[in-house]
Write a protein that binds this ligand. Structure first.
Ligand SMILES: CC(C)(COP(=O)(O)OP(=O)(O)OC[C@H]1O[C@@H](n2cnc3c(N)ncnc32)[C@H](O)[C@@H]1OP(=O)(O)O)[C@@H](O)C(=O)NCCC(=O)NCCS
Length: 177
């Protein structure tokens, strides 16, 4: 649906679920993502979430599969969309580690911003990232996000506390896709 040079963002398909299960059970990917504490996720759980979203399309989120070289390499989207204040939280996870650090994330985030600002008429996009995830912070920074705040020692990351960094981008600051 949204095409860049390296990645396409499209609907998650049932055929992606085994790959998504692999990513959801990869400890390195899970720890990079922060969020919920790592826990084993059976395919059935991932299928249930998929069925629920397919049968009852949520208004406050839009999720995409990130496709590269004909395969699903992760997911990304907008959630907690507030249609009154017109802001949304951005989330992304490239689960296929072969694709880390090669510009795929930056391009996918750029496509999500174009989707948010131009196609959905949002005015602010924000996100949370833990301070040890330098790769993500650099990728977000190169898309225009700035640090807006820091919750000190907020995240327990496999044996130590790290900060939770809040980053945001306003439409008028955005340079385009
Ligand atoms: C975060 C993520 C989307 C970034 O996408 P990506 O394709 O890996 O990143 P990009 O190649 O577009 O950009 C990475 C930037 O960090 C730099 N970088 C790469 N590896 C790095 C590392 N190990 N440490 C610090 N910086 C690193 C790159 O040089 C690049 O910066 P530059 O453009 O200034 O040169 C992706 O790595 C990912 O999904 N990781 C797993 C889950 C996750 O972290 N999700 C985000 C949770 S908030």
């Amino acid at each position: 649906m949204l095409r860049g040079e390296k990645v396409t963002l499209r609907a998650v398909a049932r055929g992606d679920l085994p790959r998504l299960r692999e990513f959801a059970n990869d400890l390195e990917v899970e720890l990079a993502g922060g969020g919920d504490p790592p826990a084993p996720r059976p395919l059935e759980r991932i299928e249930k979430d998929f069925e629920r979203e397919v049968s009852d399309l949520p208004r406050d989120k839009t999720n995409f599969a990130i496709e590269a070289d004909g395969e699903c390499i992760g997911t990304g989207g907008l959630f907690n969309i507030d249609w009154t204040a017109r802001h949304a939280e951005l989330g992304i996870g490239i689960g296929d580690k072969e694709y880390w650090g090669r510009g795929y994330g930056r391009e996918a985030v750029g496509l999500l911003l174009d989707y948010a600002f131009r196609l959905r008429n949002l005015r602010r996009v924000w996100l949370e990232v833990h301070s040890a995830n330098e790769r993500a912070i650099r990728a977000y920074g190169s898309c225009g996000f700035v640090e807006e705040g820091r919750m000190r020692g907020h995240v327990w990351l496999g044996g130590r506390y790290v900060d939770n960094v809040i980053m945001g981008l306003l439409r008028e600051e955005w340079g385009g896709p």
